[in-house]
Design a protein around this ligand. Structure first.
Ligand code: NAD
Ligand code: IPM
Ligand code: MN
Length: 319
């Protein structure tokens, strides 16, 4: 029995995930679904955003569908999504940005870099240790190379090796892996890459980069397809996988039924691909396009449909 953990989380996670879940349940009524309540809301109610038993429960799922969690910038609060990524060793964060003209897969290292969590705060100095390990770099490079090979595409390494020595290390490992795999590869400084990807998206296929650069680059690249409401992601490790929109809990629009559910729905498509149901994955993508062609879309895309109404239209097309 395939078991799916559903984490709505906070803010618009509680609006977009119900739509995504309807889509998944429609295609796979035979899966077993169970909810896991973690996030800031849980912290407000109980004083703890996510417990060890929650992590253990998540590990029993074949795949996790995740909305978004609010992470307040407080000194002692640990982001739930970061905790899950680390605990489940979800080292590859895949963030596809594509339309009819281009097809880019951003491959973000998801467990180390500036997100090492090794930090020190003193009254006079704050330090964050940026860890780039050989193991972490090799495995993300190999994941990106596999994808580039599948797509017959170019691998681009995004880095800041002109300034940061740990990125000389990262770039050289990626270059060596690509060379030994025989995959065409180039590299670019992350600042220049951030502009170039907006000006010439069709030049790119797979972009591999470190944790924080990948975080920023994926929000930047979302501009190419109409914003954060559109971009899904997969967090993949060797044993577990979690699928979530790239966007966050969007407190500015939460509770208004105006959030775009497409990023969450497309995350279902990535989940289905991962579980081996590529026809289902394709059906989800095609249905989203079909609904958009009917002129039904949410406010961020210039339309008037609500989150739920978009979901209704989508379910009707899928049926
Ligand atoms: P955000 O992605 O939540 O929102 C950024 C902007 O995009 C906002 O104006 C928002 O209204 C808009 N937006 C986002 N998703 C949208 C959608 N589906 N439809 C329409 N508009 C959408 O980023 P933020 O405001 O910087 O962060 C809010 C909270 O979310 C923070 O606590 C942050 O830490 C958290 N966050 C969580 C995750 C996650 O759980 N994976 C990811 C990013 C941010
Ligand atoms: C993302 C988010 C997270 C990240 C935050 C909320 C911890 O921005 O998933 O893109 O930085 O990875
Ligand atoms: Mn982000």
């Amino acid at each position: 029995m395939t078991r799916i953990a559903i984490v709505e989380g906070d803010g618009i996670g509680r609006e977009v995930i119900p739509v995504a879940r309807r889509v998944l349940e429609l295609l796979h009524p035979e899966y077993e679904y169970f909810d896991v309540d973690v996030g800031y809301g849980r912290w407000e109610r109980t004083g703890c955003p996510c417990t060890d038993p929650d992590i253990a429960e998540l590990k029993t799922a074949d795949a996790i569908l995740f909305g978004a969690v609010t992470t307040p910038p407080m000194k002692d609060y640990q982001s739930v999504v970061l905790r899950i990524r680390k605990a489940l060793d979800l080292y590859a964060n895949l963030r596809p940005v594509k339309n009819d003209r281009f097809d880019i897969m951003i491959v973000r290292e998801n467990t180390e870099g500036l997100y090492s969590g090794i930090e020190e705060l003193t009254p006079d100095r704050a330090t964050t240790l940026r860890i780039v390990s050989r193991k972490g770099s090799e495995r993300i490079a190999r994941k990106a190379i596999d994808l580039a090979r599948q797509r017959n595409g170019l691998l681009t390494i995004g880095h800041k090796a002109n300034v940061i020595k740990s990125d000389v290390f990262f770039r050289d490992i990626c270059l060596a892996e690509a060379k030994s795999a025989g995959v065409p590869c180039n590299d670019k400084f992350i600042d220049a890459l951030s502009l170039d990807i907006l000006q010439f998206p069709e030049k790119y296929s797979v972009v591999v980069t470190t944790n924080m650069f990948g975080d920023i680059l994926s929000d930047v690249a979302a501009y190419l397809v109409g914003g954060l409401g559109l971009v899904p992601s997969a967090n993949i490790g060797d044993r577990f996988a979690l699928f979530e929109p790239v966007h966050g809990s969007a407190p500015d629009i939460a509770g208004k039924n105006i959030a775009n559910p497409i990023a969450a729905v497309r995350s279902v498509s990535m989940l289905l691909d991962y579980l081996g149901d590529s026809p289902g994955a394709m059906a989800v993508e095609t249905s989203v396009r079909h609904v958009l062609r009917q002129g039904i879309c949410t406010r961020d895309m210039g339309g008037i449909a609500g989150t739920r109404e978009f979901g209704d239209a989508l379910v009707q097309v899928l049926r």
